[in-house]
Write a protein that binds this ligand. Structure first.
Ligand SMILES: CC(C)(COP(=O)(O)OP(=O)(O)OC[C@H]1O[C@@H](n2cnc3c(N)ncnc32)[C@H](O)[C@@H]1OP(=O)(O)O)[C@@H](O)C(=O)NCCC(=O)NCCS
Length: 190
């Protein structure tokens, strides 16, 4: 999957495997119970509802959602074939949007989030959009660092975007994604 090396320039993408390996597979309705448990544990009152995930899944022309499955049960306390993370993309003809990305707390820091993000970015260029946007909480430097490793840069602030907390969102964007991915991974059919 992906991590930065000390020699990287800002926006460079370096691909290394996740430890331990996980399997990325399309999010299906039968994953939603586990996804909901992770969502609530991570986002509390600002968690997406199961209904919102259902409505996202009902729009396959523009949406692409993946789950990271832990086939070996290698995450701390994770049973085999459990969902350890998930992420979603919205891709319209011009621009792509990272809708959400989350990794179970006890499985974070192993490259799973980077792997999910990389898969969404590859899918975006496959579908067309070469520019991808996202919003991230202003008080979430870890996630911002992950996005910066993929070339995302801040493009603005949405005041009070997250409710009910009123936390600001930082809008981030990466352009020229096809070239970045191809440079990082010659296997990219971008
Ligand atoms: C943000 C989030 C999705 C990142 O997922 P993750 O799986 O922890 O991310 P990664 O493991 O790919 O990268 C995180 C760290 O692990 C390190 N890492 C990456 N690959 C690694 C590997 N193969 N082995 C060990 N560590 C690795 C990275 O260097 C990174 O370190 P850094 O924080 O110093 O940059 C996750 O922390 C999360 O779910 N947070 C809560 C929800 C959230 O904030 N979502 C984003 C909303 S916008």
């Amino acid at each position: 999957m992906t991590s930065a090396s000390g020699d990287d320039q800002p926006g460079d993408i370096t691909i290394t495997p996740a430890r331990p390996p996980v399997t990325l597979t399309p999010l299906r309705w039968w994953h939603l119970e586990q996804v909901d448990a992770i969502e609530r544990a991570l986002f509390g009152v600002e968690a997406w509802s199961v209904g919102l995930f259902w409505s996202e899944l009902s729009l396959p022309d523009s949406r692409y959602y993946l789950v990271a499955m832990d086939p070996a049960g290698a995450g701390q306390g994770a049973a085999p074939d459990t969902v350890v993370g998930y992420a979603g993309l919205c891709a319209y003809p011009g621009d792509g949007y990272i809708q959400t990305i989350a990794v179970r707390r006890d499985c974070q820091g192993q490259g799973i989030g980077a792997g999910l993000l990389l898969a969404l970015l590859r899918e975006s260029v496959r579908r067309g959009p070469d520019t991808v946007w996202l919003e991230v909480r202003a008080d979430n430097p870890g996630a911002q660092r992950l996005y910066a490793r993929f070339g995302f840069t801040p493009a603005g602030i949405r005041r009070g975007y997250y409710q009910p907390s009123g936390t600001d969102a930082v809008v981030m964007v990466v352009r020229d994604l096809r070239r970045r991915l191809a440079a990082a991974d010659p296997g990219t059919s971008a």
